[in-house]
Design a protein around this ligand. Structure first.
Ligand code: FAS
Ligand code: PHB
Length: 386
């Protein structure tokens, strides 16, 4: 088998890259380890920046997003039973949209298959070879057969636990911080108690009230990093959510899980003809709702770089990919860490708690502070990259 760009991973990064390349008539093949049903039902991110919404519309996959997505103007920051509204649209002129990651994945997968872009699910034993050469290869198994895919370029979009970053591990510097807590997240068949999101600081720990639709709530509680989900029967979850968030509408819990929290960046995001994008290269704590949006930003930069390299043999953008991508990666890392440090119990005692409340008070009183939070949250304009 042969293609121009072999894409490992069929999540938001890999699928968006495939759409961007297909638009430039660059041949690509997507190799995804899981089955289609699994990938399309996996509950993860829920909040899209303006840039991401704009790009999905530009790619012609925004119709259902426009019908079913919930456009929000701001968020509430809550402490001591008081909700302070940060009107991000008024402060920045930009919005955020609630639309589940699995919906984005469905829309992208359907569009790619409609355009006859090969997306192979349930591939196994993927390995990358000769990434230093001009003809890197991907070996893998699919439907019981062994395959060799010869490429001009490989895009490693296979997430934090994928094989791509491991392939160039000796060329990578890793920057990592692991938080001493995680998020217990539930999906509940219950209409959200508020129109927009509530991020809550509470002496017991952080809580987030989000949603997926007018009838489905998405709620999170900070728990210790090593917490066992078995310790949290539904009634305990609802009781703690009420304590930290105030009003919540209860309903059948259809999904429950604990997500660890880390900040991670691999530099550089490329070596030879292998380019990393999305969670394969970086992980942010979900407090800033940046994970999916960063993945899309990476490939928004990678696609023109590969197009120049493969269509006009101009390597400049490809050589500059890491530098360009890392500007926004580190901006998002800083913002996600800021939001996490401000809102979670850092187990640092009462002094830390008073500092956090001072930051929240500053945002409530200062338009400059509120605008700084708002422009990071909705996503800085796609150009110029900061
Ligand atoms: P992904 O991990 O989404 O996709 C990688 C794909 O590669 C997967 O489909 C995987 O099956 C496949 N793959 C892995 N190894 C492979 C191999 N060897 N061969 C072939 N395929 C392989 N972000 C937010 O903004 N908000 C949130 O609330 C949020 N919640 C999250 C909850 C969880 C449990 C997790 C794990 C992540 C969460 N994230 C959240 C972050 C998440 O949304 C990621 O940022 C986003 O999925 C990044 O997209 P990709 O880079 O495409 O990686
Ligand atoms: C979500 O709805 O899953 C969500 C929203 C905002 C965040 C994190 C997760 O910061």
């Amino acid at each position: 088998m042969r293609t121009q760009v072999g894409i490992v991973g069929g999540g938001p990064a890999g699928l968006t890259l495939a759409m961007l390349l297909q638009r430039e008539n660059i041949e690509c093949v997507v190799l995804e380890a899981r089955d289609r049903a699994y990938v399309e039902k996996r509950v993860r991110a829920g909040l899209l920046e303006q840039n991401t919404v704009d790009l999905l519309r530009e790619l012609g996959v925004g119709a259902r997003l426009d019908r079913e997505g919930l456009e929000h103007s701001g968020v509430y920051l809550r402490h001591h039973e008081t909700n302070h509204y940060v009107d991000m649209a008024a402060l920045t002129g930009r919005h955020i949209t609630i639309y589940g990651q699995q919906e984005v994945v469905k829309d992208l997968t359907n569009a790619l298959l409609d355009r006859d872009v090969p997306v192979h699910f349930e591939v196994a034993n993927v390995a990358l070879h000769d990434v230093d050469s001009d003809n890197p290869r991907i070996t893998f198994e699919h439907q019981g057969d062994k395959h060799v895919l010869t490429c001009d370029v490989i895009a490693g979009c296979d997430g934090f636990h994928g094989v791509s970053r491991q392939t160039i591990a000796e060329h990578i510097t890793e920057y990592e911080y692991v938080y001493p807590f995680g998020w217990l997240g539930i999906l509940a068949e219950a209409p959200p108690a508020t129109e927009e999101l509530i991020y809550a600081w509470h002496p017991n720990g952080f809580a987030l009230h989000s949603m997926r639709s007018p009838n489905v709530s998405r709620l999170y509680l900070q728990v210790p990093a090593d917490e066992d989900i078995e310790e949290w029967p539904d009634d305990r979850i609802w009781e703690e959510l009420r304590t930290r968030l105030g009003d919540v509408n209860e309903g059948n819990v259809s999904e429950k899980g604990i997500t660890p929290m880390r900040s991670f960046v691999a530099e550089p995001m490329q070596h030879g003809r292998l380019f990393l994008a999305g969670d394969a290269a970086h992980i942010v704590p979900p407090t800033g709702a940046k994970g999916l949006n960063l993945a899309v930003n990476d490939v928004r930069l990678l696609a023109p770089a590969l197009t120049d390299l493969l269509k006009s043999s101009s390597p400049e953008l490809a050589e500059g990919y890491t530098t360009a991508a890392l500007r926004r990666v580190w901006r998002a890392q800083d913002f996600s860490n800021y939001m996490t440090q401000m809102l979670h119990d850092l187990y640092g005692g009462p002094f830390q708690g008073r500092l956090q409340l001072a930051r929240l008070e500053y945002i409530a009183r200062s338009e400059a502070a509120a605008r700084s939070l708002a422009e990071n949250y909705v996503g800085l304009p796609a150009q110029p990259d900061f």
